[in-house]
Design a protein around this ligand. Structure first.
Ligand SMILES: [Zn+2]
Length: 149
């Protein structure tokens, strides 16, 4: 599936990843599910991994519940999870694959020396292998057009 990511959501993901460098950051993204997945907003969550967070992230179950609640309240779909790879390529690790859920998209932000350098999205196929999802950034107008005049 293809993703369209609002440029604001992408900027917010990058900002979060850079702020948490050299640790991995993580969070959810939400939007609308259709022929294309439209990523509209992100929800930062705390990396719940105990100990060294430079190569691992973990999301607390209560954060999943809160993200689901937020999605319902705002009439959005919970589309996936983003996390960062400090000084590492934007490719899922074996650990990422083992804990990934079907249906979710996984956006990975690679950082080089603390700056977001490459962002890619992945999704499990029926064999539980990751396949890359193409994505592009897009401006979504959050208000009806006639209010802009
Ligand atoms: Zn990872």
């Amino acid at each position: 599936m293809k993703l369209e990511v609002s440029s604001e959501a992408l900027q917010n993901m990058h900002r979060h990843a850079e702020a948490d460098y050299p640790n991995e950051c993580c969070g959810f993204f939400l939007g609308l599910e259709g022929d294309v997945r439209q990523v509209r907003v992100i929800r930062e969550v705390e990396n719940a991994k105990e100990g060294d967070q430079r190569r691992r992230f973990q999301i607390d179950p209560k954060d999943y519940q809160q993200a689901e609640k937020y999605a319902i309240e705002h009439d959005l779909d919970l589309l996936g999870v983003y996390h960062s790879h400090p000084d590492h390529p934007a490719e899922p690790s074996e650990h990422d694959r083992s804990v990934a859920m079907p249906w979710f998209s996984y956006i990975i932000i690679s950082l080089q020396d603390g700056k977001a350098s490459n962002t890619r999205s992945w999704r499990l196929n029926d064999e539980r292998q990751f396949e890359e999802e193409p994505f592009e950034t897009k401006e979504f107008s959050s208000q009806p057009k006639n209010l802009d005049i």
